[in-house]
Design a protein around this ligand. Sequence first.
Ligand code: ADP
Ligand code: MG
Length: 305
Amino acid sequence: MLSVKNVDFGYNSSKTLSNISLNVQAGEYLAVVGESGSGKSTLLKLIYGEFDVNNGSIFWHSTPILGPKNKLVVGHNFMKYVAQEFDLMPFTTVAENIGTHLSNFFPKEKQKRIKELLAVVELEKYHSTKVKHLSGGQKQRVALAKALAKQPEILLLDEPFSHIDNFKKQSLRKNLFQFLKAENIACIVATHDKNDVLAFADNMLVLHQGKVLLKGLPKDLYKQPKVPLVAAFFSEYSIIDDTIYYAHQIKVSEKGSIKAEVKHCYFQGAHFLIEANSDDEIIFFNHPTSIKIKTSVLLIAKKDV
Ligand code: ADP
Ligand code: MG
């Protein structure tokens, strides 16, 4: 188990992270979400041992994770970290990069593992391509495969799909998270994309200004977003009578008691997202068809049961 206890950290005299505590079990996926600048990357770097904590402790099972003051070389065999800026060897091939840390004493096993990982990140065709010829998204996938090569016990991923296009993202997510479960690899993923979280994460931690704002099951935080920040992570939302509603929970209805005037109408594919004005408050709701600007509507808000 990874155990982070009461950790404080600052790059300088100001506190970047305050009193952070969290646990991650073997094989568990914890999503760390928060706005840009909330401290996600810093938290991953601390867990990796890149900096010294000011207070508190970090353990993987019984092994303390020490910062550079107490550990000369950053990193452990059981833990891999893929940073937002990944470092690869540009002049060698994709396969060689992925196999960097795999032993040459077992060439067959090495090739088998590389093949398996190329499949996970869907780069089979690029086996012999030099990394410098790859796009940003492809490089990110090589970095992921490289981190997985030696089957770490825990993987730290900083916005792992940020450079990857939407065409590839969906299948890559499924591949990766299924693979991690199959190999019982714990992971902590810093992300601001709900699609990395809802379908896959076991637990979720919301960071805000360097503090843990909320922790829980993604399903619970989704259903009961206690604060607007959490609701905003998942969807468009509105606040009516101090209650947070997602756009799909507000509907046009003759019986509705909320009067609003349509301001904007956004095509979303399966529906339209309508932005309306009600007593100078903005309300977002979903509607099956488009609605003309300035149309008056009656709305009804209802939480899912
Ligand atoms: P996130 O990953 O959530 O966007 P970061 O962990 O990168 O957040 O940053 C948290 C805060 O720490 C920000 O205010 C950022 O400006 C600051 N910060 C990040 N890296 C450094 C650094 N190397 N030196 C000083 N301040 C930093
Ligand atoms: Mg970051």
